[in-house]
Design a binder for this molecule. Structure first.
Ligand SMILES: C[S@@+](CC[C@H](N)C(=O)[O-])C[C@H]1O[C@@H](n2cnc3c(N)ncnc32)[C@H](O)[C@@H]1O
Length: 332
C-alpha cells in the first residue's frame, strides 16, 4: 500500500520538478555555486585553498581554463569549485567507479527525476519510526547490492532509481561514506542521524548546472592520455598510498590501488609532461610516519614537490604528535 502511494506521489512530483527545472533552464542561469553532492572518502573540500595557491600562475590570474581534466574525480570538490569560480570552457571527469559515474550522468541529464525519487525516499524515511527506518535502510542496501552485478552503465529509469539509492545510502549510512568490501558490496551499517536531508535539492540543481560542457567517463585514469593536449590542466587525486597498516583505505572499487598503479600513474604524468600539459597531483606523504621513506620523492624527483598541511593530526603513538602533511606535485 505504502509503495502504491509512493509511486503516485512520485509521478506527480516528477512532473512538478520538470516544470521547475525547465523554468530554471529558460532563465539562462549563468552563475553556478556548486559543491559535491556525495560525501566521498578522500574528498578535498578542506584543502581547496591550498590547491588553488599552487595552480599555474596564468590560471590564477586569468581565472580561465580551456580544458580541465580530473581523472580520479570522486566527489569532485575541486571540479565543482572550479566550475563555480573560474571560466572552464570544457571539462572531462573520469572515475573507475561505475555507480559514481552513473550519478554524475543522472545529475547531468535526469536531475528532476532524481530529485523526485529522493524527495519520496526522504518522506518515507523521515516519517518512519526507528525500527522501520532500520528496515528501509537495510532493504535499500540489499537491493543496491543485489543489482550491483547486473547494473549496466546505460542511462535508464533503473539507473535513476539506483543513483537515488546510492545517494540515500550516502546520506543515511554510518559516517556518510561509500565503501565496498572485497566482493564489491556496499557494506556500511546504518548511521544514527535524527533528521538526515536525503534530497539536497539546491545542491543537486547547482551540480546539474556545473556539469554543463562536461564529458563524464567511466574508466581507468590512463584515459587522459587520449584526451589531454598542450596547455590543458589536469588534477590527479588518486587513492593514496597507505601511510601505515591502519590507514589502508583505498577500496573505492573492489580492485584497490597498489604501488604498481602509482608507477603507472607516474608514467602517464611523464608522458603528458612531454606534451606540455599542466599537471597537479596529490598523494600521501610517506615521511609523516617514516622519514626514510622517499617513495614519491624519488619517483617524482624531477618535478616540484610541495608538502602541505592536511588539517589532520597523526593518531599513532610511535609517530609522535603533529599535523599530517600531504604531497602536492606539479610539473610547472
Ligand atoms: C581520493 S579519491 C578522489 C577524491 C576527490 N578528489 C574528491 O574531492 O572527492 C580517488 C578516486 O579515484 C578513483 N579510482 C580508483 N582507482 C582508479 C583508477 N585506476 N582509475 C580511475 N579512477 C580510480 C576512486 O573510485 C575514487 O573516486
Amino acid at each position: 500500500m505504502r509503495n502504491i502511494i509512493m509511486r503516485n506521489e512520485l509521478t506527480a512530483a516528477i512532473k512538478k520538478e520538470k516544470a521547475i527545472l525547465s523554468c530554471l533552464e529558460e532563465s539562462v542561469i549563468k552563475s553556478v555555486n556548486a559543491r559535491p553532492f556525495l560525501k566521498w572518502a578522500g574528498g578535498k573540500q578542506q584543502l581547496i585553498s591550498k590547491l588553488e595557491q599552487r595552480f599555474p600562475e596564468h590560471i590564477k590570474t586569468t581565472k580561465q581554463v580551456t580544458h580541465y581534466i580530473e581523472p580520479f574525480v570522486g566527489g569532485g570538490a575541486l571540479f565543482f569549485y572550479l566550475k563555480s569560480n573560474y571560466k572552464i570552457e570544457h571539462s572531462t571527469i573520469i572515475d573507475i567507479n561505475s555507480d559514481l559515474i552513473a550519478s554524475y550522468k543522472v545529475v547531468q541529464n535526469n536531475v528532476s527525476e532524481l530529485i523526485s525519487h529522493l524527495k519520496a525516499m526522504e518522506i518515507n524515511y523521515l516519517s518512519a519510526d526507528n525500527e522501520e527506518r532500520k528496515d528501509i535502510y537495510y532493504q535499500t542496501r540489499q537491493e543496491f547490492n543485489l543489482k550491483a552485478e547486473s547494473f549496466s552503465n546505460q542511462l535508464s529509469g533503473d539507473t535513476v532509481e539506483r543513483v537515488a539509492q546510492l545517494i540515500f545510502l550516502n546520506r543515511t549510512c554510518f559516517n556518510g561514506l561509500y565503501r565496498l568490501n572485497s566482493r564489491g558490496h556496499f557494506n556500511v551499517p546504518q548511521g544514527s542521524y535524527k533528521n538526515p536531508t536525503i534530497c539536497q535539492e539546491e545542491r543537486l540543481i547547482e551540480a546539474h548546472k556545473a556539469l554543463k560542457n562536461t564529458e563524464i567517463l567511466q574508466g581507468e585514469f590512463e584515459l587522459v592520455k587520449h584526451l589531454a593536449t598542450k596547455d590543458n590542466f589536469i588534477y590527479y587525486d588518486p587513492p593514496y598510498r597507505p601511510l601505515n597498516t591502519t590507514s589502508n583505505f583505498t577500496n573505492y572499487s573492489k580492485d584497490g590501488f597498489n604501488e604498481e598503479d602509482q608507477h603507472r600513474l607516474y608514467r602517464v604524468f611523464n608522458e603528458l609532461n612531454d606534451r606540455r600539459v599542466y599537471q597537479m597531483l596529490s598523494n600521501s606523504d610517506p615521511k609523516v610516519y617514516d622519514p626514510k621513506d622517499s617513495f614519491f620523492d624519488n619517483m617524482y624527483s624531477k618535478y616540484n614537490i610541495a608538502r602541505v598541511d592536511a588539517n589532520r593530526m597523526i593518531n599513532s603513538k610511535g609517530a609522535g604528535r603533529g599535523s599530517i602533511t600531504e604531497l602536492l606535485i606539479t610539473n610547472y
